[in-house]
Ligand binder design. Structure first.
Ligand code: GDP
Ligand code: GDP
Length: 453
């Protein structure tokens, strides 16, 4: 056979990834032990229905494909979330908030036997502002006895508690009917189109995060926090930059400048993780005046793993002289190999030097992060590249790359369907060429390979 024979019809019916993109998402949130996982399994109707490997789905948010009354949708299980150092209440509230940003409908699960707890209430407080429909699920209503207790959950103010027993299946069919009644046919576009873009300021302690936030806010005189009656989360800061509002997430600690008394690295890394999770683009600060440290590398790894768009801000540039600059270039070449695609901006949070350059860098990075390449364009390009430079032989056979599709954006994630294993070196080659052709500056790009036997 011709090695570059791209028969699209060859793969009819195999593009599950593209189907998945067209499905709306139902997020299941709630504190641990209320029965979220049990409910998810009940909705799926089978235990083993993991579609964990949908590209672009982070490990924290596993989605499963579900089908009810002929409609297909994704169920996002947040059951595996561990409470972080900030405590259970904050974790669950955070989880609710992420669901508000990523899902098309939300099920808040409460244990009817236990009744509403302070943690449930913290989640409700967030969810009251939700723009997507929220359904309150009173779980563990195994029999009529529990129903009267479940009725007390009206007091949460999220409307009628839907009484179910996830373990026994009681009421779950009616619940799903209610869900489908409020679930849109197609997923909404990410919040990027409407709300302010979400930015995480990350970097090791003392690198200048608070100084930068203050500088940005100062210059524009328009930082807003803790505004009552708006949808602004008090832990975030809204800052107007370059004529647009940006939401700097998880900045409460930076503003209050919490003492690092128990400022272990562990604590700092949890904060970083939470901020990244809530963000779309990260500004990672690196102290340009000092050698790049292990701690910087750990933050870079977290950013790289998070799949967020990234701008590298080399701060304290006012302290950098010519010698240091040359040394820094060498350190960057050596240490920043995981994020060679990130743009570099040399700033001083102290003097304000070049901080305005962060805005176009973030805009470029987000544009790359949101970018979608049509299947036609992608395959025309791929065919040429593979014809010119075929993948290396494996076990005496030439793997064929049959077809590629962009499964998701945010970050751009591509799936290659092949007849054999592709070496890491060749994948890197393809990524390089893909970046040259389509320009993904500032964004990670993921390539996964599906081998067809
Ligand atoms: P998650 O932490 O919210 O995901 O909760 P799980 O699904 O792991 O359930 C926590 C515990 O509650 C498990 O022991 C379940 O068997 C139990 N459970 C879940 N749903 C029900 C239910 O409807 N009735 C009863 N009696 N127990 C349930
Ligand atoms: P954070 O822990 O990352 O929030 O760091 P801070 O904003 O608290 O900054 C730590 C220290 O570095 C403070 O003493 C700042 O004044 C100083 N600093 C921050 N940015 C700059 C800068 O651009 N140049 C200089 N010279 N000092 C800076």
């Amino acid at each position: 056979t011709d090695e570059t024979d791209w028969e699209l019809t060859d793969l009819d019916g195999e593009f599950a990834d593209e189907d998945v993109l067209a499905m709306p998402t139902v997020a299941v949130v709630g504190r641990p032990n209320v029965g979220k996982s049990t409910l998810v399994n009940r909705i799926l109707g089978r235990r083993e229905a993991v579609v964990e490997d949908i590209p672009g789905v982070t490990r924290d948010r596993i989605s499963y494909e579900a089908n009810w009354s002929g409609r297909r949708f994704l169920v996002q299980d947040t059951g595996g979330w561990e409470p972080d150092a900030k405590g259970l209440q904050q974790s669950v509230a955070r989880q609710a908030e992420v669901a508000m940003q990523t899902a098309d409908a939300i099920l808040l699960v409460v244990d009817a036997v236990v009744g509403a707890t302070a943690t449930d209430e913290a989640a409700v407080k967030k969810l009251r502002r939700s723009e997507v429909p929220v359904i309150l699920v009173a779980n563990k209503v195994d029999d009529q006895k529990v129903e009267s207790e479940a009725a007390a959950l009206w007091s949460l103010g999220l409307g009628e508690p839907r009484m179910v027993s996830a373990a026994h299946g009681r009421g779950t069919g009616d619940l799903l009917d209610d869900v489908l009644a409020v679930l849109p046919e197609t997923p909404r576009e990410g919040t990027g189109g409407t709300g302010p873009r979400r930015v995480a300021l990350v970097g090791k302690p003392n690198v200048g995060k608070s100084s930068l936030l203050n500088k940005l806010a100062d210059d524009e005189r328009s930082v807003v926090h803790d505004v009552a009656g708006t949808t602004v989360d008090p832990v975030d800061s809204l800052v107007e930059l370059g004529g647009k509002i940006w939401k700097f997430v998880d900045t409460a600690g930076l503003r209050r400048k919490v003492s690092h008394a128990n400022g272990t690295e562990f604590y700092a890394s949890l904060r970083t993780k939470a901020a990244l999770e809530a963000s779309e683009v990260a500004i990672m600060l690196i102290d340009a005046s000092e050698p790049i440290t292990e701690q910087d590398l750990r933050v870079i790894s977290m950013v790289a793993d998070s799949g967020r768009a990234l701008v590298l801000a080399f701060n304290k540039w006012d302290l950098v002289d010519e010698d240091r600059r040359l040394q820094l270039d060498r350190e960057v070449d050596r240490d920043l190999v995981r994020v060679p695609w990130a743009q570099r901006v040399n700033i001083s949070a102290h003097t304000g030097r070049a901080v305005q350059k962060l805005v176009p860098a973030m805009e470029t990075a987000l544009e790359s992060w949101d970018k979608r390449i049509s299947t036609g364009r992608l395959n025309t390009w791929l065919k040429e590249v593979v014809a010119a430079t075929p993948p290396p032989m494996r076990g005496g056979r030439l793997p064929r790359i049959l077809f590629a599709t962009q499964a998701t954006t945010r970050p751009p994630t591509f799936v290659l369907f092949t007849t054999g294993f592709l070496e890491a070196g060749y994948r890197r080659f393809l990524e390089r060429r893909l970046r040259e052709e389509f320009n993904f500056d500032g964004s990670p790009v993921r390539i996964s390979v599906r081998v067809r036997e």
